[in-house]
Design a protein around this ligand. Structure first.
Ligand code: NAD
Ligand code: DAU
Length: 353
């Protein structure tokens, strides 16, 4: 059976990178993107596919059961890759309601629709429901704690991570209760092309280019384990093709970096690669600001399981990935300039007030 893939959230950062990769590698597969185009969704990310045979974009909400039922049936979907989510921790602190709605209720809606569709197709063995989740569900690590493994107990600390944890539990329950072929992945921080400007790395790149302060939360010593988005997408490909239903796979870059060090690396790359910086050296723009409430200190992923069981390892080191990313933001000014909208500016004022 050829793959007929429904990608939720395919106009967002990781979802659109995933669609690019999938359509290039598997041109005979049929890809349907369902995306509500919230502030984080951008149809420009998929511009090269719109109108192509084997590709369909549908603007709609994953909470809309009727729409999801219709798409699964009329497109004869056998694989769902579920990226759609409210994904920004800072926004979840300002307004958690949307996170519960999309991440929990939306995932539940998809699960119910997929269950009905899978049962109507005699529980076809080629069906899969891939739930793309985060390492944040495991909580926060101390400096010397071992990295998160698949058996680390859940301890989410923000409304965002709590809502993702809730969705993970539902996905897990659908495998155990109904035997539905679900798989969960928990990944560390991604970066790369098409990353919405309010997340750390694009925000630092763009603020450097426009000569604005680079706001570092707290003491800047929080640690994240950075993974180039292309590596995340290759891991998801492996999981879809070879992962086992009912399993969870952790995905990480083995690239732990303190925030302040990461920002300094970005500044140095900007000094080297950007000809007309308004402020030089870019480091002069670094400004320590009030910490994020409940800010998790450290994340780190133990990706041994996906390496030993499925043969996946990341291919891009953080120095190389950051260079690629800075070059992308330098070469795609027209992509990000339009995203610095009034809504973005209002969010910015509120968050960094
Ligand atoms: P993003 O915010 O860039 O994109 C989310 C997409 O989902 C957007 O296109 C948005 O329009 C869409 N969307 C939001 N609500 C929707 C709804 N109700 N119905 C339909 N579409 C909706 O997010 P991202 O960074 O690409 O993350 C994608 C997934 O990966 C999320 O589930 C996130 O939890 C997970 N994840 C992200 C990271 C990371 O570092 N960004 C790391 C690990 C896991
Ligand atoms: O770990 C995976 C998660 O990574 C994903 O599940 C989330 O969807 C994704 O947004 C990301 O969450 P973070 O909160 O780690 O990412 P963010 O880019 O918001 O922040 C990264 C770090 O940088 C974090 O320690 C907070 C800090 N930070 C962030 C911003 C926006 C700053 O110091 N200043 C800032 O202005």
């Amino acid at each position: 059976m050829s793959t007929r893939l429904l990608v939720t959230g395919g106009a967002g950062f990781i979802g659109s990178n995933f669609v690019h990769r999938w359509c290039e590698l598997y041109p005979d597969d049929h890809v349907v993107v369902l995306d509500a185009l919230t502030y984080a969704g951008n149809i420009a990310n998929l511009a090269s596919f719109v109108g192509q045979e084997n590709f369909r974009f549908v603007q709609g909400n994953i909470c809309d059961r009727e729409l999801v039922d219709k798409l699964l049936e009329e497109e004869n979907i056998n694989i769902v890759a579920h990226f759609a989510a409210e994904s920004h921790v800072d926004r979840s602190i300002m307004g958690p309601g949307a996170f519960v709605q999309t991440n929990v209720v939306g995932t539940f809606t998809l699960l119910e629709a997929f269950r009905q569709h899978w049962e109507a197709n005699s529980k076809n063995g080629d069906f899969r429901f891939l739930h793309v989740s985060t390492d944040e569900v495991y909580g926060s690590l101390g400096t010397d704690d071992p990295a998160f493994s698949e058996t680390t107990p859940y301890a989410p600390n923000s409304p965002y991570s709590a809502s993702k944890a809730g969705s993970d539990h539902l996905v897990r329950a659908y495998y155990h209760t109904y035997g539905m072929p679900t798989i969960i992945t928990n990944c560390s921080n991604n970066y790369g092309p098409y990353h919405f400007p309010e997340k750390l790395i694009p925000l630092m790149c763009i603020n450097t280019l426009i000569g604005k302060a680079l706001p570092v939360y707290g003491d800047g010593k929080n640690v994240r384990d950075w993974l180039y988005v292309g590596d995340h997408c290759s891991a998801l490909d492996v999981v879809i093709h070879r992962g086992l239903p009912g399993e969870t796979y952790n995905i990480g870059g083995n690239n732990e970096v303190k925030n302040i060090h990461l920002v300094e690396m970005l500044c140095e790359l900007m000094d080297e690669l950007a000809p007309d910086l308004p402020v030089r050296p870019a480091k002069k723009l670094i400004t320590f600001v009030k910490d994020r409430p409940g800010h998790d200190r450290r994340y780190a992923i133990d990706a041994t399981k996906i390496k030993t069981q499925l043969g996946w390892t990341p291919s891009i080191k953080v120095e190389q990935g950051l260079r690629l990313t800075v070059e992308w933001y330098l070469n795609h000014r027209d992509w990000w300039e339009v995203l610095l909208s009034e809504e973005y500016k209002a969010y910015y004022r509120e968050n960094y007030r």
